[in-house]
Design a protein around this ligand. Sequence first.
Ligand SMILES: Nc1ncnc2c1ncn2[C@@H]1O[C@H](COP(=O)(O)OP(=O)(O)OP(=O)(O)O)[C@@H](O)[C@H]1O
Length: 233
Amino acid sequence: MQDFDAAAGPRLSHSLSVSGLGCIRGGRVLFRDRSLELGSGQLLMLRGHNGAGKSSLLRCLAGLLPWRAGRLHWCGKEVRAADAAYQGQLAYLGHQAGMSDTLTGLENLHFSLQLMAVSWDKTAVQIVLQALTLNDVASRPFGRLSQGQRRRLGLARVLLGQRPLWLLDEPDNCLDMQGEQYLGQALEQHLAGGGMAVVASHRNLILPESAMSILDLSSPAQATAKNVQVAVC
Ligand SMILES: Nc1ncnc2c1ncn2[C@@H]1O[C@H](COP(=O)(O)OP(=O)(O)OP(=O)(O)O)[C@@H](O)[C@H]1O
């Protein structure tokens, strides 16, 4: 399997700092006073029971769900939910693929990368598709792919997006064992290249313990700070 360096290019340090974050959904307080710190090369795993608020927190971090209280700083600078410059630093993978059923996998990728202002690098696309064993199916309409193949295509978009901050909501959903292994490798490579990730999962991804901290949303709010250095971006 050939490696694709998703963090290719200048390797800058980044930091994400969230303090006192509160979120209301459906008229009730979903969480309050959540804080976290993340630096380059670090991964935060979100845990918690169904409905604990993992997806909602990820959506807040992606700027898709406005937060009602608290502050978010990216590289020391405060950002608001719809901050385009901040959103240009992240790749979000939600439960839904956000791809057109009628376009082929390749067309979807092309369109997504255009939206992300990432130029089409044929070699990089080939490497990622091959690594995710999507070569034979990428020319089929997305709506005719299996759930696991759709998930793999969503991961391809994240990998090719070249964003330092990955926000992944149950990325291992529908993946077979080989897919899970590749996801672990891709995350490890992303972190090694100075990237960072917040990942919600009910399962244990195979990752180096040293780079990972855990925020359990089933537990009362507590600050999560681990080995974070102030970064100049
Ligand atoms: N669009 C919405 N409007 C109102 N309430 C919502 C909405 N989406 C989710 N919720 C509620 O917010 C709470 C948290 O949901 P969320 O999806 O963030 O949890 P989760 O921890 O990701 O759950 P799971 O492990 O099942 O994926 C749940 O009680 C859910 O019913």
